[in-house]
Design a protein around this ligand. Sequence first.
Ligand code: SF4
Ligand code: SF4
Length: 470
Amino acid sequence: MQKSNANNTIDSPAKAERIPVTVVPSQSANQKIHIREQKGNFQKLRTGMNSLLVALFFLLPFISYDGRQAILFDLSQQQFIFFGTTLWPQDFTILAWVFIAAAFLLFFVTVFWGRIWCGYLCPQTAWTFIYVWIETRIEGNRNKRYALDKAPWSSDKLKKRALKHSAWGAVALLTGCGFIAYFVPARELYIDIFSLGASFWVTTWVWFFAICTYLNAGWMREQMCLHCCPYARFQSVMFDANTKTVTYDAARGESRGPRKRHQPSSLGDCVDCNLCVDVCPTGIDIRNGLQYECINCGACVDACNQTMDKFGYQRNLISYSSENTLAGKAEPFYESYKFIGYGVAALIMITVIAVDIYNRNNIELNVLRDRQTLYRETLDDKVENSFTLKIRNKTQQTRLYRIYVSGNNGYRLVGEANLTINPGEQLDYPITVVAEPSLLANSRNEITFTVAEQHNHGQASQQSSFFAPI
Ligand code: SF4
Ligand code: SF4
């Protein structure tokens, strides 16, 4: 993959006329990337979306529903609570559908808007920009950061580095807590962690995710996108000629070269200011064409528009454009088979999830026959069979249930048919059924157990066999 080969000095005599140019080399494959801070419409949008993502990440575990944490992966109880709905391991097909639907939605958006997810909503991008923001506030702008890297150790460098790593560490620890708050009660977690009162395993996991965050956003950054993220590798499969992605208009920009502002030039519109490279979080030069490293963050679009404004040129030399738009062809996006295909697949998956949730039962029933004895004959000439009903209350409320038995008019339950089961509890309930031998047609007869919630919150049935000496 090509990296920028732009020369960073502009040999124009009219320094006052020039836009700011970098005095440090462009990023190379082996060099740490320090990006220039960029302002602009797309950066406003990205900052807004990233802020929303981070706010949701930290705040969602604090939302309560029905007196409990609304979103909680309770590993100790093997249940996932989502706004009053409890999913058990056997319900996790719904989660599988959700992941598949999310993947199709991502593909659907990618066909139209390219890697918009990476630039605007990916946690990797959001946390990296938080870390870069902290770094910039403490160590200064891009040039100062490169200079500090090269400078020998001094008290000033030590102070800045200590401050930066402490701030990074604090964000990492908060992020570790934020993540684990989805697995243990959030309100107590932060207090326990910061008062050193958390259990060994909770503390271990918080620190594990804190260290991952610190390494990932502080040190690895674009390396994750370049070498670890599978989406970067297969995104091009989803692209077609109508996909809007960050693109340099080479026909308009070339041949590039420096010039004085507001003066006629025989060159193309690219003034070779190199700003598009300096602001790029993955260190690429978008003028080299579409590259898998590009996360579509739009920083180079804002940077180039800023340059175009200064030189009085039309904006959007770099823009979110499709191949067809650049070629002057107007092809409606809905003519893309990939776009339609992924859209239909996402809709199907969303329908499957809705049907699955609608048909979901909050009572789980398993009927087990007594394995020791097929049947018993009683002193009053009846036949009885014993069963164990395994009944799980899958809700987060205590519920009242009643057991019914059907399949033969002569079946009668012995014992209490009304039960109370605590939230999330499974009750193993032994029960005996008695029948009149004259009403049993075969040695093996059908019997159906039904457990119904007493306030019409659903019911569950299961068939079994009733044996008799015939
Ligand atoms: S090339 Fe532009 S859009 Fe792509 S990652 Fe770099 S700055 Fe962001
Ligand atoms: S494409 Fe735009 S930002 Fe990049 S070097 Fe040319 S003028 Fe500067």
